[in-house]
Write a protein that binds this ligand. Structure first.
Ligand SMILES: C[S@@+](CC[C@H](N)C(=O)[O-])C[C@H]1O[C@@H](n2cnc3c(N)ncnc32)[C@H](O)[C@@H]1O
Length: 236
């Protein structure tokens, strides 16, 4: 994702905002391996606490509670805005697109990797796709998935895009991750064992959803979308 976004060509000290950073995995990689100055934001104070605990002294990544629907940063604050798998949580995708672009400096780069559903505007979801999609939304509290085409249009509509939104479909490349997530829970049980019986129950409860995600991505109902945008020098 760093290479695809052209971020590996940027100098140390480049400022990056990681939107929906979870417990900070990618923020730490961007800071430790590329020397970037990273700010990770999430809506969850618990994730901020854990991300901070996991980040060694000397790694330039800090974590804050903030809402991607109304970021607390002024316009044009960051050289790079980065987001992984946060979009499905956003109740208004147009506002999300606008906020991502707003805080980017002119000439800056946005790179997003996200779960999307197929574009259903020409061919609506069929009899089995509808209930599967509803389960995927309900299980992980997602208000809705965008399509790659739909989110790309929303980014264009912000009026901040230089040239065009570049997209890619990484469904095939990411497909093994669904079974692997289950496998990692088996071979590395220390993650959930720390939480005893409730950790075991919560982990097992994830398995049907992970299998459903694998089914959705394997059949074309869901698509793993990549988005790369350069912000224009002036608002279009
Ligand atoms: C599926 S996780 C992805 C975490 C991380 N990017 C990763 O790849 O491991 C989605 C993240 O989006 C965050 N999130 C959800 N709604 C948000 C909001 N309105 N503002 C900021 N973060 C939000 C969640 O707290 C979580 O950290």
């Amino acid at each position: 994702m760093v290479r695809w976004g052209g971020l590996d060509k940027l100098p140390p000290g480049t400022t990056v905002l990681d939107v929906g950073c979870g417990i900070g995995g990618s923020s730490r990689i961007l800071a430790a391996d590329y020397g970037f100055d990273v700010t990770g934001i999430t809506i969850s104070p618990q994730q901020v606490r854990r991300a901070t605990e996991l980040t060694s002294q000397g790694v330039s990544a800090k974590f804050l509670v903030d809402d991607a629907m109304a970021l607390s940063f002024p316009d044009a604050s960051f050289d790079v805005v980065w987001s992984i798998e946060a979009g499905p949580h956003m109740p208004d995708k147009a506002v999300f697109a606008k906020e991502l672009m707003r805080v980017l400096k002119p000439g800056g780069i946005l790179v997003v990797a996200d779960w999307n559903q197929r574009d259903d505007r020409q061919k609506p979801l069929n009899l089995w796709e509808k209930p599967v999609m509803q389960q995927l939304l309900d299980q992980w509290s997602h208000p809705a998935f965008s399509s790659i085409e739909g989110f790309s249009e929303l980014l264009e509509a912000t009026g901040f895009v230089e040239g065009q939104v570049i997209t890619a479909d990484w469904t095939q490349e990411t497909l093994p991750s669904w079974f692997d997530t289950i496998w990692q829970g088996i071979v590395k049980p220390q993650g959930w064992m720390r939480f005893g019986v409730s950790g075991f129950i919560k982990s097992v409860r994830e398995v049907p959803t992970l299998l459903l995600m694998r089914l959705a991505f394997g059949t074309g109902l869901c698509r793993f979308g990549m988005f790369r945008v350069q912000r224009s020098k002036v608002k279009g």
